[in-house]
Design a protein around this ligand. Structure first.
Ligand SMILES: *[C@@H]1O[C@H](CO)[C@@H](O)[C@H](O)[C@H]1NC(C)=O
Ligand SMILES: *[C@@H]1O[C@H](CO)[C@@H](O)[C@H](O)[C@H]1NC(C)=O
Ligand SMILES: *[C@@H]1O[C@H](CO)[C@@H](O)[C@H](O)[C@H]1NC(C)=O
Length: 427
């Protein structure tokens, strides 16, 4: 009896439902090279854009000097193609010496000196997707090397590996990372590769091993790609929502805002949706040349606050009809049984004119008797207090969004009836 109770207590402490390395309590934020810079290794002809220490140092500088770090983007991460094709004589991974002449440790030190964290890319298989050495058969050496280099974040891809082995391999590497004693956020591609092979991922298990994980196709520079990811998250939300929370997140891949493929409205749509999905926010964009209006979207503190809300709830699609969707995410503050909410009205129609959408707050689950203060988030417009039976109307641009926060009111926060919004029109 005593033993059973003790086992129960120990289990309560160490057998939690999810990975408890204390990291990524809110979705991680940073900059990742892949979507924008890919495997460009041609430093001879394209020295400013090739994968090199110069590129990462420059991006680190800008992340600090232009306000990205203070907005919360605190990780700068390598992706594929940083490696030499051969390990060193002692069997360690090594960077391509012509493109990273100072070595990875020096780059990590530089990144740390800027107040940023350093992210690493590797692959569980024999080779990375780009054909560089993977970690298979070297797991322990590589975990130790990452710790010695000062890595804070590890993205582990899954090319050239057997997806059915990943249930064993990803946890094994996670344990080895843990045993180094250096806290490292663990980003896994495990479920994505399993799904591609028709294996149903055990997300409960994956959530005990990884801080975040990819479950769908790589993003590329188009609205079609963004839209397909949003659809995947909506269509699979009953599987994906329960497994997300502080310390363990679904990862719909990078933000492509500021590149070539998205319009201004589509860029706001990606930012709003990634916020409401409690997604990791990794920009993959050339920070040297990004247009100011796109930068403003990435730095919007109202929208980032929804993403980083401490409750860590992944939002849900509660309405979808004729191209119009409504997504909702519970956020702080909470008053009694009622929480506040971020609501995204997403218009996936591309046939032309803006669409008007009206909802009664009660119909989207906002039932607090005291009502909600409603604020439009991108432009920061306060729209007044709405009661549950009030109707709210928004006008949503094609492939665009309107994003609002409904902050639950308390009795005390209501000064007088005069504060009630009477005309109920948003715009
Ligand atoms: C890398 O190693 C292979 C053998 O494993 C060898 O043939 C090749 O010459 C090496 N390349 C370099 C650049 O050292
Ligand atoms: C290793 O795992 C233990 C148990 O989950 C955790 O308490 C500890 O913080 C982890 N350490 C590192 C460095 O990740
Ligand atoms: C999924 O993993 C959990 C936690 O490790 C385990 O308890 C459960 O049996 C697994 N489910 C399946 C279907 O294998």
């Amino acid at each position: 009896m005593k033993l059973t109770i003790l086992a129960g207590i120990i289990c309560f402490l160490v057998c939690g439902d999810a990975l408890e390395n204390g990291l990524a309590r809110t979705p991680p934020m940073g900059w990742l090279a892949w979507e924008r810079f890919r495997c460009n290794t041609d430093c001879k002809n394209d020295p400013e854009n090739c994968i090199s220490e110069k590129l990462f140092m420059k991006m680190a500088d800008i992340m600090v000097s232009e306000g990205y770090l203070s907005a919360g983007y605190n990780i700068i991460s390598l992706d594929d193609c940083w490696l030499d094709h051969n390990r060193s004589e002692s069997g360690q991974l090594q960077a391509d010496a012509s493109r990273f002449p100072s070595g990875i440790k020096a780059l990590a030190d530089y990144v740390h000196s800027k107040g940023l964290q350093f992210g690493m890319y590797e692959d569980y298989g024999t080779l990375t997707c780009g054909g560089y050495p993977g970690i298979l058969n070297h797991l322990e050496t590589d975990a130790k090397t990452f710790a010695e280099w000062g890595v804070d974040y590890v993205k582990l891809d899954g090319c050239y590996a057997d997806p059915s082995e990943m249930d064993k391999g990803y946890p094994e590497f996670g344990t080895l990372l843990n045993l180094t004693g250096r806290p490292m956020v663990y980003s896994c591609s495990w479920p994505d590769y399993q799904l591609d092979k028709g294996i149903k991922p055990n997300y409960t298990f994956i959530g005990t091993v990884c801080n975040l994980w990819r479950n769908f196709d790589d993003i590329d520079d188009s609205w079609v790609s963004v839209s397909s990811i949003i659809d995947y998250y909506g269509d699979n939300q009953d599987t994906l929502i329960p497994v997300a929370g502080p310390g363990h997140w679904n990862d719909p891949d990078m933000l492509i805002i500021g590149n070539f493929g998205l319009s201004f409205d589509q860029s706001r749509a990606q930012m709003a949706m990634w916020a409401v999905l409690a997604s990791p926010l990794f920009m993959s964009v050339d920070l040297r040349t990004i247009r100011p209006e796109m930068k403003a979207i990435l730095l919007n503190k109202n929208v980032i606050a929804i993403n980083q809300d401490p409750l860590g709830v992944q939002g849900r699609r509660i309405y979808k009809k004729s191209g119009v969707e409504i997504w909702i995410k519970s956020v702080e503050p909470i008053s009694g049984a009622d929480s506040s909410a971020a609501v995204v009205f997403l218009n996936q129609r591309t046939d032309g004119t803006p669409t008007r959408v009206s909802v009664i707050l009660r119909d989207i689950g906002l039932t607090s008797l005291f009502g909600y203060n409603v604020e439009e988030l991108f432009d920061g417009k306060n729209l007044g207090v709405y009661r549950p039976d009030d109707s709210l109307t928004v006008t949503v641009n094609p492939s665009g969004v309107v994003m609002i926060k409904c902050t639950v009111q308390t009795k005390e926060s209501l000064i007088s009836e005069a504060d009630w919004n009477e005309d109920n029109a948003l715009f």
